[in-house]
Design a protein around this ligand. Sequence first.
Ligand SMILES: NC(=O)c1ccc[n+]([C@@H]2O[C@H](COP(=O)([O-])OP(=O)(O)OC[C@H]3O[C@@H](n4cnc5c(N)ncnc54)[C@H](OP(=O)(O)O)[C@@H]3O)[C@@H](O)[C@H]2O)c1
Length: 320
Amino acid sequence: MDYTHFFLLATTTLGFISISKSLFNFLVWIYATLIRPTKHLKDYGSWAIITGSTDGIGKSMALELAANGLNLLLLGRNPLKLEATSKEIVDKHFTNVQVKYLVVDLQNNSGDEIMKKIEEAIADLDVGILVNAAGVAYPYARYFHEVDLDLMDTIIKVNIEGTTWVTKAVIPSMIKKKKGAIINIGSGSTVVLPSYPLVTLYAASKSYLAMFSACTNLEYKHQGIDIQCQVPLFVSTKMTRMKASLFVPTPDVYSKTCMKWIGYEKLAVPYFFHSLQSFVIRAIPDVLLDSYMLNYFLYWRKRGLVKDSQIKGTSNSEAN
Ligand SMILES: NC(=O)c1ccc[n+]([C@@H]2O[C@H](COP(=O)([O-])OP(=O)(O)OC[C@H]3O[C@@H](n4cnc5c(N)ncnc54)[C@H](OP(=O)(O)O)[C@@H]3O)[C@@H](O)[C@H]2O)c1
């Protein structure tokens, strides 16, 4: 066989493999989105633990889990918000559902304290599901060297360490009964996009969650524990301060779709229109996306600096 024939055969084979893989992934996505049944979530156990349960996605996921008949242990840092959320959930016709809460500050409690509090609280509970939804983002885009120490500490402690310690506290009880599901809320910033400049620490913390979920998924699958990273793109919450639209769902709309994916893939983009966005984004060359993202976030940095200086009543030359 001469070189020309070999080259043609090799490129055709590679092209065929690549197209088959994309087609296969597309068919799996159609099946998962439209046909695959939702798992019977109570089969994992009668209690669900949710971090970040006092607002946004975590709160809506708590409501959805209660609608699926699970009792809830809400975790949060603010006792008043926890009490109000518990009441709201009970009032929303979930009379058969028990709701407890536990004050845990993922930034200000040490890992040891977080673990002890949770271990004590769940000692007598049949915990089936853990949702790690607590998270913190930048108030506005900025270069890495501009991130103040407090924000840096918050992001590392809440987004990375918080999820790690909470999971460490809960997983032994799941191993004991050989079933459970853990859902870590990651971000499209790391899975769908090639980069997320000027929001670096946030994106990197979410990358950690995607890898943490992928590895633990393999480690514990054979023990009956389904670990998954669910990846939202934009959702209309206090974190994004964006208006709801088709591509920016409310947390309630978003969380309804999350239930359908629990217990399946190690990585999931649950909301249909986010998946569509992902397909389109992934088709764009990285170099174009990188350049677009950098300019987009430079614009938001400038707006943030202006707002910041207006609040402080100072002039910020960099913003001009
Ligand atoms: N919204 C989006 O577009 C989007 C996109 C991708 C990924 N995500 C991820 O989705 C998750 C939920 O985001 P969201 O938009 O729902 O945010 P959110 O509305 O701001 O809610 C964040 C939750 O985390 C809790 N939290 C913050 N700091 C904490 C701490 N030190 N200790 C304990 N809990 C703490 C908050 O408690 P308080 O109520 O006391 O503030 C709140 O319950 C986050 O992990 C976020 O990164 C969101």
